[in-house]
Design a protein around this ligand. Structure first.
Ligand code: HEM
Length: 129
């Protein structure tokens, strides 16, 4: 018997939906991040990030079916991402993750998720200023 994926362990689709919805709720009023998003409607971007995170953590592989290989560095090239943008992104994400109850996201899973998000945000910086 294989162990449950991280995705299943933390509540599956509903947990990922809640995290990413809260994240974009924050982005919508963030003066650093909002101007970076080319589209008026944040819904499609929300869906892409949700599908990506679900796939990364062992859930459905819809992201790959629709978008192919993530190539996240390349896909972030159009946006200047320095420390200010990274910090703003992580601030929104930490608010979003904090809204998930400990019954769904225990300390170990929470730490794994936040460590990953921090690592990923650092790796996507493409500007030193
Ligand atoms: C797309 C900004 C970090 C995952 C985007 C887009 C922007 C953006 C403006 C375009 C919106 C869209 O049309 O999808 C940023 C900034 C970051 C950051 C400022 C700060 C470091 C991250 C991190 C991840 C991530 C850490 C993953 C853990 C994605 C994904 C997409 C995306 C999956 C959609 C890619 C696709 O087109 O398939 N990001 N991002 N981003 N971002 Fe980020």
């Amino acid at each position: 018997q294989t162990p449950a994926s991280f995705y299943d362990a933390v509540g599956g689709a509903d947990t990922f939906r809640r995290i990413v919805a809260a994240f974009y709720r924050e982005v919508a009023t963030d003066e650093v991040l909002r101007p970076l998003y080319p589209e008026e409607d944040l819904g499609p971007a929300e869906r892409r990030l949700r599908m990506f995170l679900e796939q990364y953590w062992g859930g459905p592989r819809t992201y790959g079916e629709e978008r192919g290989h993530p190539r996240l560095r390349m896909r972030h090239n159009p946006f200047v991402i320095g420390p200010i943008e990274r910090d703003a992104w992580l601030r929104c994400m930490r608010i979003a993750v904090a809204e998930i109850e400990p019954e769904l996201l225990d300390d170990d899973h929470r730490k794994a998720l936040l460590d990953y998000l921090e690592m990923a945000a650092n790796s996507l910086m493409n500007a030193p200023w």
